[in-house]
Design a protein. Structure first.
Length: 421
């Protein structure tokens, strides 16, 4: 009998053998990639558990399909289902043009307080890459999902709000750096201690649980000292306060070196050997984007604010094959709520062509199964993806970049994955 996933009193998920999981197939290419993905999911669950476990899929509406059905882009019953069933998965959604909702994805993340955008980035052998050594790219990005620019506090020039805010800044606070006050628009960037800490805490705990070597706080604190700089400081303070016997911070390392009269150097491997602790360090955002190309092997788990995380996650995805194969999730580790999703857009001109790569949804599904504790399913699917790509049986996005590859449709790619489970 199908049942709901619930959150236990100890903060862990209670996952029944037949859980109900809501899904949104998505707009544009969504129906094509979802129909392929769900067949792979069901086949992998069957192979892993021989019928003992099975998912009861529950379709909920959002985006263009919901608007066409009832005139709403995000019906209340869909939001209620996401809350009630805790875990869900979705394809790409159309962002409405014109007034109202800025973005359906932003609305979901804000309304459900899904404060972590989780984006793992790892290369599958055979996937075309601009990197000489893409196998060195193996990172997990924790991007803050509710503050920074996602708070959406902006005022257009000429509006009453911007005039009042501009007057307050200039006359009350003595701001002199607004270069063109007559045409300026203004935005506010909120970064709180609580919001920063819960994101960074999740990143550190993930690194500990998964035996990752380091967590890097990526920020622009050299310029935005009281927002991004505070994010960095909150991270170090949290690490030293809550994970004292499990981490070793860059602050601690430099202090120890200076006390001993030694030069401060990045001797990360030596630090890691001191009890196998997770190293907590930081990097200015622009320098990190450079180092992610030059020395990706030096980075493992990344914790960062929203705008930096947007740049970083897509840039890293490009290093291992692009967002067509990039999975993602939006998670509140405190409530258990999680939405797993394709990270790419709807590509409407390819809708109903059965040509696009479904790997973003499929690999997001492996994240979902890991989150549920069904790791056997996740491993089966990832191994099948690896085997299929290594055999050069791919959809058109990879086919045009490979030599002697076999071109297959979306549905045929799913068939090959099922064969290779």
């Amino acid at each position: 009998m199908a049942d709901k996933i619930t959150l236990g009193s100890n903060g862990s998920l209670n996952v029944p053998n037949h859980p109900v999981i809501p899904f949104i197939e998505g707009d544009g290419i969504g129906p094509d990639i979802w129909s392929a993905s769900v067949r792979v999911f069901d086949a992998a669950v069957e192979k892993a558990y021989g019928g003992e476990r099975k998912i009861e899929w529950k379709e909920v509406l959002a985006g263009q399909k919901a608007f066409d059905a009832n005139g709403e882009w995000m019906p209340q019953e869909t939001m209620d289902a996401f809350r009630e069933y805790l875990i869900s998965i979705k394809g790409p959604l159309t962002t409405p043009v014109g007034g109202g909702i800025r973005s359906l994805n932003v609305m979901l993340r804000q309304t459900l307080d899904l404060y972590t955008c989780l984006r793992p980035v790892k290369h599958f052998e055979g996937v075309p890459s601009p990197m000489w050594h893409p196998e060195n790219v193996d990172m997990v990005i924790f991007r803050e999902n509710t503050e920074d620019i996602y708070a959406g506090i902006e005022y257009m020039h000429g509006s009453e709000e911007v005039d009042e805010l501009k007057t307050l800044l200039i006359e009350k606070f003595g701001v002199k750096s607004i270069r063109f006050p007559d045409t300026v628009s203004l935005g506010i960037k909120p970064v709180s201690k609580e919001g920063s800490e819960r994101l960074i805490r999740s990143a550190i705990q993930y690194a500990i649980d998964h035996k990752k070597p380091s967590v890097t706080l990526v920020h622009k604190g050299n310029i935005m000292k009281f927002t991004e700089g505070a994010f960095k400081q909150y991270g170090y303070e949290l690490a030293e306060r809550e994970f004292a016997d499990q981490v070793y911070t860059w602050n601690q390392w430099t202090a120890t070196k200076k006390e001993n009269g030694e030069d401060v150097a990045n001797e990360e491997m030596k630090v890691a050997a001191m009890g196998g602790r997770v190293i907590i360090k930081d990097s200015i955002a622009d320098n990190f984007l450079q180092q992610a190309l030059l020395a990706p092997q030096d980075y493992s788990v990344i914790a960062t604010l929203n705008l930096n995380g947007d740049y970083v996650s897509d840039a890293l995805a490009a290093q291992v094959g692009g967002i067509g194969i990039a999975p993602g999730a939006n998670i509140n580790f405190q409530t258990g709520n999680a939405i797993f999703e394709a990270t790419h857009g709807t590509a409407p001109r390819f809708a109903n062509t059965d040509t696009m790569n479904p790997s973003s949804v499929i690999l997001s599904g492996t994240m979902m199964f890991d989150y549920m504790g069904w790791n056997e399913v996740s491993d089966l699917i990832k191994n099948a993806v690896s085997k299929t790509i290594k055999a050069k049986t791919v959809t058109i996005d990879f086919h045009k970049l490979m030599k002697d590859a076999t071109l297959c449709k979306t549905s045929e790619f799913a068939n090959q994955l099922i064969k290779n489970l």
